[in-house]
Design a protein. Sequence first.
Length: 81
Amino acid sequence: MTEIWAWLAEAVTDMQKAGQIATVIFFATFTAILIYVFTGKRRKERFDSYRYIPLEGEEDEKASTGPAGHHQPKGNSDDGQ
């Protein structure tokens, strides 16, 4: 067991081995995230519903603009706006 810790300490200090270890750790993390995201039917349905969040506010804007996208004036006609 101490041989593993000695190898790990040497690998962390050696830049070439540290880069390889970091690459393996990042790849494993990325793979785990992909597996988490794309497995599970309920999770997939929830993520699919999230993709429309940026577009939800546009319906409110379209309703307030009136015909042909022209903005309706706010305030009274005599207040200069």
